[in-house]
Design a protein around this ligand. Structure first.
Ligand code: PAF
Length: 282
């Protein structure tokens, strides 16, 4: 596996792959890889001539400096896992290499109403930062397909909007959430949980799963309240938001019948660690 650090070397690598008519499957990551990432990578390996991954903790998508400073970094382990999974090249640039003119945004992306709600409301500027880095990575890697985990359900909708408004020719491939045996959605942030917090963390998915059954004979609001109350009753846990939304527009629904694609998206503080998850109702 090639480890590429500079934009120039990446451009050469991609130009060669394009000249050889090899399809590129791309998985952008912020590192601290887990089995969820590896499931995306394995799919990229299977469905393309070559799979490329980026490992870059993007400062422009963090609106909280402590979150950026404490974000787990494990480059050596990441590279080993990627090589074992069959990745041909990993792009792991420095911040200066990615943003030679500095990290200030020079362009306002048109991300639609999907970027205004939930994460957009609680993390101002987050999706502009995600769009900025993913757009730059797409320009450099020129992938045929790009793979994203559905744990970040809203992020996929926002990236689709960016791809459309910037006319990027890439297929966005959503991949199912990977969970630990106890139901906790795999996330790099799980590494930051204390033993007690990790033991209680499956309570999030337990409440979401129970709410699917509950929703069969309760309305949207009652279902929403049930999830929030159940999770807030767990020590150290506090729901930041739980929205039941149309899976395409990401706007809240008030009745189940309003859409044939309804998803509940949740963010929970488990101590200081911010965890996200989602569940499909319809
Ligand atoms: O989902 C992530 O890990 C990040 O938001 C992404 C897509 C790699 C952009 O930095």
């Amino acid at each position: 596996m090639e480890i590429i650090r500079s934009v120039g070397n990446l451009a050469d690598y991609v130009a060669k792959a394009k000249a050889d008519h090899r399809s590129i499957g791309f998985v952008p990551t912020m590192g601290a890889l887990h089995d969820g990432h590896i499931s995306l990578v394995e799919r990229a390996v299977r469905e393309n001539d070559l799979a490329m991954v980026s490992v870059f903790v993007n400062p422009t998508q963090f609106n909280n400096p402590t979150d950026l400073a404490t974000y787990p970094r494990k480059e050596e382990d990441d590279f080993r896992m990627l090589a074992e999974a069959g990745v041909k090249a990993v792009f792991a640039p420095t911040v200066d290499e990615m943003y030679p003119r500095g990290t200030a945004r020079e362009h306002e992306y048109k991300l639609g109403s999907a970027a205004e709600v939930m994460e957009g409301k609680f993390r101002p500027g987050h999706f502009q930062g995600v769009a900025q880095v993913v757009h730059r990575l797409f320009e450099l890697v020129r992938p045929d397909r790009a793979y994203f985990g559905e744990k970040d359900f809203q992020q996929i909708a926002v990236i689709r909007n960016m791809v459309e408004s910037e006319h990027v020719d890439v297929e966005i491939v959503p991949c199912p959430i990977k969970r630990a045996a106890d139901g906790l959605a795999l996330s790099s942030r799980n590494a930051l949980l204390s033993e007690d917090q990790r033991r209680r963390a499956p309570g999030i998915y337990e409440a979401l799963s129970a709410s699917v059954e509950y929703s069969r004979d309760h309305g949207v609001k009652a279902t929403r309240d049930m999830v929030v109350d159940r999770i807030n009753a767990i020590p150290e846990m506090e729901v930041e938001y739980f929205e039941i939304v149309d899976g395409r527009t990401l706007l809240p629904v008030e009745e189940w019948e309003e859409s044939d694609f309804v998803v509940g998206c949740i963010t929970v503080y488990n101590g200081c660690v911010r965890l996200i998850d989602n569940i499909r109702y319809r």
